[in-house]
Design a protein around this ligand. Structure first.
Ligand code: BGP
Length: 469
């Protein structure tokens, strides 16, 4: 163990189209479900991603800053509606040209692009037809992915099909704070299933082209832990792991759903008639090359006591500070450890989770390559009198997580890269612009000026000191 990662390790930051691009109706882009939601009456927060961090116009400046910050990779996402603006399936040349330019800029600055095809924003026309819940969703998604694979081919070395499918589904169909803002457990289960099928169908398109690039999925594994070691707690832990992780990672890596998942869902009254043999065949033959893991915290669970199924039920509206946890009726509910520190939004700060997660993946899935595709610390911040942003608290957070990551790498986990969330400050799905994660500050009130934070400079030195020569 030398406290350093291998020379070819990817070091960077991550972002997503709706959260950073802006230009929501420019360059021939069509309307997405998030445009529709943020412009409509259900947007109680009042914030939109119309301008966001304006990456659409400032990507050159941003990518140059990344190079100067010592990064060798960038994770970003493609907006589906920039490539295919409407239901006709007609490709938008301006949208393709925009991403070709971003890729060129990356290439010229020594930045390896890691590109997500779906980071929560689907076309509004598809949302109107039921979105993720419509059985046509996987085929529509695969059609869009095919276009992207054909247009960009090996220019993109790392493709990610879908970002955090289950978290997205839970927020959209349980909490209801993401569009389409509904609460329906039966629909939720179908959505989670459709997203697994969509991933496999996209991979099938990818494989047909024999590219040298690799394809993966991004999941957020909250390592599921218990505070008491009793048989009841261990049952809750397995159920929590099914709900949080295995539902996505087993089919994506092993090509099949966990054996205990469907019986448990049926026991809970879910009608599984939407499960099709032909889908299961496609899932079986179309697995990923690498796993992206967004890593913020762990999940603490305890045996189910009472209450209906929900997901962060208080987490709606602007500037919400309390994360209340959640319940899956009959399965488990979340627990709280009063002794671990929390961030300003009540999320547990638990650096060892990255080590536990990487070790857990090694145990369950062997040597599949893993990228930590997001990890970050939100703060309320503003520049000081000298115009500097001294985010020591973020530095402490990132350093503590990275030390556990390097320990896991040194102990044999196949972790290949790390992306801090986020590149610049950007739109936060439920908290708008006050909740900042970036290594680069965006001065929204003053022409969206970029100010590299103290953590940006610290990260450059950390990369230099912790990478083998
Ligand atoms: C992940 C998402 C990101 C990002 C991050 C922070 O779940 O993939 O898009 O938003 O969480 O979340 P939030 O902005 O809600 O704090």
């Amino acid at each position: 163990m030398n406290g350093k990662v291998k020379k070819d390790f990817l070091w960077g930051t991550a972002s997503a189209a709706y959260q950073c691009e802006g230009g929501w109706n420019e360059g021939g882009k069509g309307e997405s479900n998030w445009d529709q939601f943020c412009h409509g009456p259900k947007n109680v927060k009042g914030f939109t991603g119309d301008v966001a961090a304006d990456f659409y116009h400032r990507y050159k400046e941003d990518i140059r800053l990344l190079k100067e910050g010592g990064h060798n990779t960038l994770r970003f996402s493609i907006a589906w509606t920039r490539i295919l603006p409407d239901q006709s399936g007609q490709v938008n040349p301006e949208g393709v040209a925009f991403y070709k330019d971003v890729l060129k800029e990356c290439r010229e600055n020594g930045i390896t692009p890691n590109v997500t095809l779906l980071h929560y924003d689907i076309p509004a026309w598809l949302e109107d037809l039921g979105g993720y819940a419509n059985p046509i969703f996987p085929d529509e998604f695969a059609k869009y992915c095919k276009v992207v694979f054909e247009q960009f081919g090996n220019e993109i070395p790392l493709y990610v099909t879908i970002n955090e499918s289950t978290h997205n589904a839970y927020c959209s169909y349980l909490t209801g704070n993401y569009p389409p803002n509904i609460h329906n457990v039966q629909t939720l289960v179908q959505v989670c299933y459709n997203l697994v099928v969509a991933n496999a169908k996209a991979i099938r398109e990818f494989r047909k082209l024999n590219l040298t690039s690799q394809v993966g999925i991004v999941h957020t594994t909250n390592t599921v832990q218990i505070l008491k070691d009793t048989p009841e707690y261990r049952v809750a832990q397995r159920r929590g792991d099914l709900f949080k992780n295995k539902w996505v990672t087993d089919p994506a890596i092993l090509g099949k759903f966990p054996d205990d998942l469907f019986p448990l869902l049926e026991e809970s009254g879910i009608d599984l008639s939407f499960v099709k043999e032909e889908d299961l065949e496609i899932i079986k033959h179309n697995t990923i090359d690498f796993l992206g893991q967004n890593c913020y915290t762990r999940a603490l669970v305890k045996p189910y006591e009472s209450g209906e199924t929900n997901y962060y039920p208080n987490n709606v509206g602007a500037g919400v500070k309390t994360i209340e946890g959640y319940t899956v009726k009959g399965w488990f509910q979340t627990d709280v450890d009063p002794n671990t520190p929390k961030n300003a939004w009540s999320r547990e700060i638990y650096p060892k989770t990255v080590y536990d997660m990487l070790m857990g993946i090694k145990k369950d899935y062997g040597d599949i390559p893993v990228y930590i595709t997001e990890n970050g610390h939100a703060l309320y911040e503003q520049p000081d009198a000298n115009g500097e942003v001294n985010d020591d608290e973020r530095i402490e957070f990132l350093k503590s997580y990275l030390e556990w990551l390097i320990k896991a790498e040194n102990e044999g986990c196949n972790v290949k890269g790390y992306y801090a969330w986020s590149t610049t400050d950007c739109y936060s799905w439920i908290n708008g612009y006050e909740k900042r994660y970036g290594l680069i500050y965006v001065d929204y009130a003053n022409g969206l000026k970029r100010i590299p934070k103290k953590s940006y400079h610290w990260y450059r030195e950390f990369i230099r000191e912790h990478t083998e020569d």
